[in-house]
Write a protein that binds this ligand. Structure first.
Ligand code: DX5
Ligand code: ZN
Length: 209
């Protein structure tokens, strides 16, 4: 069964409680939370206090995608805020092993994400320490971008190498690109504008499954 993780970045930030209700009633299991620091990516989104507040009103699995420099510094803080899965960018960390270890020590599942230009082989040394791989299908930083089909071969290569891991894909996902990703081996689909922008989020989520 494919897990759908709607990306909060595309929600109406003035009505977050209502937005969460829409996707929860629509059948989402996970909530994707994009944290950006304006340094690792050229954009700033939201951070720890927002996640902490949403934790009080939601029992979805919080799938936190860190796009911040040296994420190890904030692992404990995201655990305390209520993250369930904590994913960081391989390109952002000077010590991926210590970061994965800290994530586990804090009781969370650990994920590594790679940008479209990073060779998939770069994550091979970490595969047996991780629960999730997040393959970017756009350059990280902004929602609403066009899906890069080159990611499909990358998903296939990772699925072959890591049959038991959650493989998630993020950026430009809709019913058509989502089907291609599923076929390539992804089992988690992150979708921002396609789900939150939909008049009927339940139908959008069902079309991704
Ligand atoms: C981009 C973020 C994505 C983004 C996806 O850096 O990681 O999660 O919200 O948005 P859509 O689905 O609109 O491309
Ligand atoms: Zn994301």
């Amino acid at each position: 069964m494919t897990i759908i993780s709607p990306s909060l970045l595309a929600a109406d930030f003035s009505r977050l409680d209502r937005e969460l209700e829409r996707i929860t009633n629509g059948g989402a299991q996970w909530l994707h939370l994009d944290v950006m620091d304006g340094i690792f990516v050229p954009n700033i989104s939201f951070g720890i206090p927002v996640i902490q507040s949403l934790r009080k009103i939601s029992s979805l699995t919080f799938d936190v995608h860190l796009m911040i420099q040296e994420p190890l510094r904030y692992v404990q803080a995201f655990a305390d805020a209520g993250a369930d899965v904590l994913t960081f960018h391989l390109e952002s960390s000077s010590d991926p092993d210590a970061t994965i270890e800290a994530i586990h020590r804090c009781g969370m599942k650990a994920g590594i994400s790679i940008k479209p230009g990073t060779p998939v082989e770069a994550v091979f040394p970490y595969l047996n320490q991780l629960e999730l791989l997040l393959v970017m299908s756009v350059e990280p930083g902004f929602g609403g971008q066009k899906f890069m089909p080159e990611c499909l071969d990358r998903i296939r290569a990772l699925r072959q190498k890591a049959p038991g891991l959650d493989i998630s894909v993020d950026g430009g996902i809709n019913a058509r690109t989502g089907a291609d990703c599923r076929e390539a081996g992804a089992n988690v689909l992150v979708a921002g504008s396609y789900v939150f922008g939909a008049e009927d989020p339940a139908a959008a989520i069902a079309s991704l499954q």
